[in-house]
Write a protein that binds this ligand. Sequence first.
Ligand code: SAH
Length: 347
Amino acid sequence: MKDKKKDIRALTKEQLQEFFVSQGDKSFRGTQVYEWLWNKAAHSFDDMTNISKETRQMLKDNFVINHIRVDRMQRSSDGTIKNAVKLHDTLTVESVLIPTKSRTTACVSSQVGCSLDCQFCATAKLKRMRNLNPDEIYDQVVAIDNESRLYFDRPLSNIVFMGMGEPLMNYNNVMKAIEKITSPEGLGMSPKRITVSTSGVPKMIKKLADDEAKIKLAVSLHSARNEVRTQIMPFNETFPLEDLREALEYWYSKTRSRITYEYIVWKDINDTREDAQALVRFCKYVPCKVNLIEYNPIDDGDFQQAPSQATDMYQDMLERNGITVTVRRSRGKDIDAACGQLANKSA
Ligand code: SAH
């Protein structure tokens, strides 16, 4: 039965080597197969021309090779590309290529749907269907790297885990994917060019600090007042700002890496001076910068971007307190590729 067979790309190199030894073969055979799977991106066992026919048959009897397929690619008028990515079990996730003058950034998904319940996010409406495997995350990055070379004549330079899903709720697989992305056998990218964005899961932020991943951390804060944050991000009830603060202090004490807070200012939700003051106070706990991001409306209209005076008020107050702040314009809105719009239409 096909579905009894294991996904061979879920095995580490060591596990593959052990498998071959257990079959009475050499561990070197495992290395060869591993290279076919990862360095040469083989899609079939028959591509593995330096492996004997018998061994290939034995592999076919035991394993499948799962690959993602870019089902649909859309290009925005601003150059942003969105890939609808079909997984082996027909579920779909999305990833985005964001080009600027000097960089190409891949925005990748970590889950099908999402474990969390942010009220303003299209992905949250899908609920969590499953976690992505490490190879499914890695393949999204490779697909975007290829597109970057093809359309922009340069390799991918940065990765953000800001697609669908909460990366820290799929911790092990995200870390395995990052290992592969950064290893010389994979893409050899520097971890400093990878940002993991979280809605703020305190325990997992601490684990990330303990694991010394050397990646950058972004936190989707959106409010520094518990009563407001719980209203828009209900899981804040379980992981309140005090716990988040403690985890971030721990992160900084271990990594010395400054945190980025992502923040949207909404009309009648968090647009008062009191809200901005609370953010300034929160920013003093740990070295950080703030990205004020534009709200991308999702279909149900409960949230509206605050007028620019409110954003200016935030910017001014943060700057007067010596906190770096950038106001970020959204990209790829015309193809629903902007933050929080993923799966808006393909669900
Ligand atoms: N779960 C992770 C990563 C995915 S969301 C996290 O929350 O960080 C990526 C970013 O898009 C987050 O900062 C999120 O708050 C933001 N976002 C979600 N919905 C949005 C929307 N409708 N408009 C603009 N940004 C949105």
